[in-house]
Write a protein that binds this ligand. Structure first.
Ligand code: NAP
Ligand code: 3JN
Length: 340
C-alpha cells in the first residue's frame, strides 16, 4: 500500500514565509498529494515550482479550500481572520502563521519541542496557531531550563533581521546598501527609518503600556505555551541591518538555582537546540551563519551575577525557518502522523 498523502494549500505562497514553506515541504518530503498555491489577485496567474513542475498561483478566496486537508496560512492576520474559518469550515486543518488566533483559548499555540500535546486541541476550531518568530526562537531554549529550574522572569532584547518584516523589507535593505555604494538617495518605506547603518528599537506598533505588540507577544505567547501565567517576560525588540535570522540576549531568573554547566548540559540535550559556546575561541552563534538552518543556537551562557538565581544566554534562530515555515511544517507532520 502507498503512503497516505494530503492535499495542502499554501495561503501567502508568494511571500517570504510562504515560499519557504513550499521549500520546507519538499526538503522534509512531506506526503503531499495535491499542492495549491494561493495569494492576492496581484499574483493570480503567476506560477511557482513544486518539485520542478509549474503550479499556477490562484487568488485566495473563501472557496479556495474544497478538498484541502491542511491549509498553511502566511498572508497576514487580516487574511487569516477572513479566510481561515472558511478553510476550517471546508474541512481543512489550518496552521496559521499570524497573530490573528494565537491568544484565543480554543486555538492551540504550538512549538512541537515545547507543547506538541496541545495540538490535540485543534478539533475545537480547526485552527492551530504558529507563534511569533521571536518568541519561538526564545522558547525552544527556555523550555529545558524552565523544566529544570522554573523560570520566573525573563528580560530579553532582540536583534531582528529585515526579512522578519517580509520579502519587500529584506529587498529594501539590499537596495539601500546598493544605493549607498552607488551614492544615490536611499529609499525608506519598509521601516520608519533607514535601516542601513542603523538599529531601530521599534518592531510592530506601540501599545498603551509603552511596549510594542511584538514585545507583548513574547510575554503573552510564552505564558500560553508554557501553561504558566506567572512567568514575566519584559522584551525590547529591535530591528537591525541583518538579512535573515533573529538574535536575542536573554536574562532569566529561576525559582531553583541552575549553574551554567547544567544549563549547557540541558540545552545540549534539548530538541531543536545546539550549544555553540566557547568564548576562548570566539565561538558563539551569529545570524550570518545561522540563516538557512532549522536549529536554534545558544551561546554566551553565563551566571547573571546581579540576581540570586540568574542566568544569561544568547540565542539565534532563522526566523523564517524555525520561526515560521519549519515550525508550521513540523506541526503539519504531527497532524499527518497522529491525527488525520
Ligand atoms: P510577505 O513576504 O510580505 O508575504 C505576504 C504574502 O501574503 C504574499 O504571498 C502576499 O501575496 C499575501 N497577501 C497579501 N495580501 C493578500 C491578500 N489580500 N489576499 C491574499 N494574499 C495576500 O510577508 P511574510 O514575511 O511572508 O509574512 C507573512 C505573514 O506571516 C506575516 O504577516 C505574519 O503574520 C507571518 N509571519 C512572518 C514571519 C517572518 O519572519 N517574516 C514570521 C512569523 C510569522 P502577493 O504576493 O500576491 O501580494
Ligand atoms: O518583524 C518581525 O521580525 C516578525 C514579524 C512578524 C509578524 C509580522 C506581521 C504580522 C507578525 C507575527 O508573526 O507576529 C504579524 C502578525 O501579528 O501576524
Amino acid at each position: 500500500m502507498g503512503r497516505k498523502t494530503f492535499s495542502v494549500a499554501v495561503a501567502g505562497a508568494t511571500g517570504a514565509v510562504g515560499e519557504l514553506m513550499i521549500q520546507v515541504l519538499q526538503e522534509r518530503d512531506f506526503p503531499v498529494g495535491e499542492i495549491r498555491y494561493l495569494a492576492s489577485s496581484r499574483s493570480a496567474g503567476k506560477t511557482l515550482k513544486w518539485k520542478g513542475e509549474d503550479i499556477p498561483v490562484q487568488e485566495l478566496t473563501r472557496d479556495s479550500f474544497k478538498g484541502v486537508d491542511i491549509a498553511l496560512f502566511s498572508a497576514g492576520g487580516g487574511r487569516s481572520l477572513e479566510f481561515a474559518p472558511a478553510a476550517a469550515e471546508a474541512g481543512a486543518v489550518v496552521v496559521d502563521n499570524s497573530s490573528a488566533f494565537r491568544m484565543e483559548a480554543d486555538v492551540p499555540l504550538v512549538v512541537p519541542e515545547v507543547n506538541a500535546g496541545d495540538i490535540a486541541q485543534y478539533t475545537r476550531r480547526g485552527i492551530i496557531a504558529n507563534p511569533n518568530c521571536t518568541t519561538i526562537i526564545m522558547i525552544v531554549a527556555l523550555k529545558p531550563l524552565h523544566d529544570f529550574a522554573k523560570v520566573r522572569r525573563v528580560v530579553v532584547s532582540s536583534y531582528q533581521s529585515s526579512s522578519g518584516a517580509g520579502a519587500k523589507a529584506m529587498a529594501e535593505l539590499i537596495k539601500q546598501t546598493r544605493d549607498w555604494v552607488g551614492e544615490r538617495d536611499l529609499e525608506v518605506s519598509a521601516f520608519k527609518h533607514q535601516l542601513l547603518f542603523n538599529v531601530i528599537p521599534h518592531v510592530d506598533s506601540f501599545t498603551d503600556n509603552g511596549y510594542t505588540k511584538e514585545e507583548m507577544k513574547m510575554h503573552n505567547e510564552t505564558r500560553k505555551m508554557l501553561h504558566d501565567n506567572e512567568i514575566q517576560v519584559s522584551a525590547t525588540c529591535v530591528r537591525v541591518p541583518v538579512l535573515t535570522a533573529h538574535s536575542e540576549a536573554v536574562s532569566i531568573e529561576t525559582e531553583r538555582p541552575i549553574t551554567p554547566e547544567k544549563a549547557r548540559e540541558l540545552l545540549g540535550a534539548a530538541p531543536g537546540v545546539e550549544v555553540l559556546d566557547d568564548p576562548a575561541s570566539s565561538t558563539y552563534p551569529m545570524p550570518l551563519f545561522v540563516a538557512g538552518k532549522d536549529t536554534c543556537y545558544v551561546g554566551r551562557i553565563r551566571k547573571d551575577y546581579t540576581v540570586p538565581n540568574g542566568l544569561c544566554f544568547w540565542v539565534v534562530g532563522d526566523q523564517l525557518r524555525k520561526g515560521a515555515a519549519t515550525n508550521a511544517i513540523q506541526i503539519a507532520e504531527i497532524l499527518a502522523r497522529d491525527y488525520l
